[in-house]
Design a protein around this ligand. Structure first.
Ligand SMILES: [Zn+2]
Ligand SMILES: [Zn+2]
Length: 471
């Protein structure tokens, strides 16, 4: 169905000169940090030709596609879109009523009241300072000078749209998006590029806050999905000319030269309980970072977002940890319950990683956040916890720096890292592009960390664990 539709552009990469992918919001964006929290307030847009970011409302013509179980939770996508020229919509104060009347009955809900008239100007300000309340800091913000030998490493990323689509029509044909260019632009040297192997049996839960498993996989189904996902990861890195690093020597040699990836898996569902498949993934797919569980209670253990079934890590989970230790694979216990983490820590002879989470301020059941004790178990192994830029925890990048500081206060700065979970969120996070890395580093300096400590948080600590685990 070809439609005309108007709204405000919300680019995921607001610093780009031209974008071919963005969100179109029914409501004028509130402020730089305000991206739609609810998939019902906006639609995805893929342009036929790239368009410069626009502060004003704009009108587009394109083909409207209804999305089924989109990983990000979006309901509609406008594809092959072109700007209507001259714009049919008024340039300012384009109303929600007009948006609804313009062709797509997309079931929109209201956003918070506006604080800024124009999104782009407001965002330009916030991306320099990360604090809308203190714009003067853009002139005085300290610049992080990476100490010699520092590597920046994202402990958890689905960048480039490596994961297959939940929409069975798109599936493994999901188009990639650029990855190396934003890494270069922001100075991100290395990412742990994480495939996901429970995608076809998980969906966005009714509360739209997280994913949940909704059916049992067929025997062999998740192994096959793993093969597809590993293939996509390798296709992506080849397309993007990103070098896969498989040991500390290649990491430290190639990391400073250009974008590198450590092949990772979020969830060990593709093992289907067969421990020897860890060896296969190590050899055949260059897997060097394995997260035991994800959104499905699998053969390895319990997850934070579902009631416990196994009492933590299973005996198979123990064997997988031992196999990772023996082969040289980083063990990641993100999404696992506290009981799982404790048994993993007792089992592992190498430091553990918890790649993406944050400290809970109010404990709540089935939360992906962690308690100080949970964090201390990781630190007790010599490991690292990646702070996660979830908009549920942090309203903007500055708040995220405070979150990093709180984590460092609990476990010590040597045990804190960055796990952006790039392109893995239902609601857009506060760190949406690697181009924001200098802003994040600058805000960490403002939060009181030294230049060296920022280097440890942004990569040095993970490097230490990788070296200990992989060799
Ligand atoms: Zn995750
Ligand atoms: Zn993830």
């Amino acid at each position: 169905m070809t439609i005309d539709i108007s709204g405000w552009m919300i680019p995921l990469d607001p610093q780009a000169d031209a974008v071919d992918y963005f969100l179109l919001s029914a409501d004028e964006p509130c402020c730089g940090g305000c991206v739609p929290r609810n998939p019902l307030t906006s639609i995805e847009v893929q342009m036929a030709v790239p368009l410069a970011p626009q502060a004003e409302a704009l009108a587009l013509r394109g083909r409207l596609v209804r999305l089924i179980d989109d990983p990000a939770g979006w309901r509609y996508r406008l594809v092959d879109a072109l700007p209507l020229d001259p714009p049919r919509a008024p340039q300012r104060r384009f109303s929600r009523r007009a948006f609804l009347a313009s062709g797509a009955a997309v079931g929109l809900t209201a956003c918070a009241p506006g604080r800024f008239a124009g999104y782009t100007e407001a965002h330009a300000e916030t991306t320099q300072t990360t604090q809308t309340a203190q714009p003067a800091q853009s002139e005085t913000a300290p610049v992080w000078q990476a100490p010699p030998g520092t590597l920046t490493i994202d402990m958890h990323s689905h960048g480039g749209r490596v994961i297959v689509s939940r929409n069975p029509v798109i599936g493994a044909n999901r188009p990639f998006i650029p990855l190396a260019a934003p890494m270069r632009a922001g100075g991100m040297n290395v990412i742990c590029l994480a495939i996901v192997t429970d995608t076809t049996v998980t969906r966005v839960a009714d509360n739209r806050k997280r994913f949940e498993a909704w059916r049992e996989p067929q025997p062999g189904e998740l192994y096959a999905l793993g093969q597809t996902e590993f293939l996509r990861a390798h296709q992506l890195v080849e397309r993007e000319q990103i070098r896969v690093v498989t040991n500390t020597a290649s990491l430290t040699e190639f990391g400073p030269q250009g974008p590198c990836a450590i092949i990772s898996a979020e969830g060990s569902d593709f093992l289907e309980g067969q421990v020897d498949r860890v060896d296969e993934a190590y050899t055949k797919h260059q897997l060097r970072h394995l997260q035991l569980t994800h959104y499905r209670v699998n053969e390895l253990g319990d997850i934070q977002t579902e009631p416990p079934v196994h009492g933590g890590l299973t005996d198979i989970g123990v064997q997988v940890v031992q196999r990772c230790n023996a082969l040289g694979i980083v063990v990641d216990v993100a999404h696992g319950t506290y009981d799982l983490v404790k048994r993993a820590a007792d089992t592992s002879t190498k430091p553990l990683v918890l790649s993406h989470s944050a400290l809970a301020t109010h404990p709540s059941a089935r939360s992906r956040l962690i308690t100080p004790d949970h964090a201390r178990v990781i630190a007790g192994t010599g490991g690292v916890i990646g702070v996660w830029p979830s908009s549920g925890s942090f309203r903007d990048l500055h708040a995220m720096d405070e979150g990093v500081k709180r984590m460092a206060d609990v476990v010590g700065v040597d045990h804190v890292g960055l796990g952006t979970d790039m392109l893995g969120f239902i609601s857009p996070p506060v760190f949406t592009s690697y181009k924001q890395l200098p802003d994040l580093a600058s805000a960490l300096l403002l939060a009181g960390f030294s230049q060296t400590e920022v280097g440890a948080i942004l990569g040095g600590n993970y490097l230490r664990v990788f070296q200990a685990s992989v060799g």
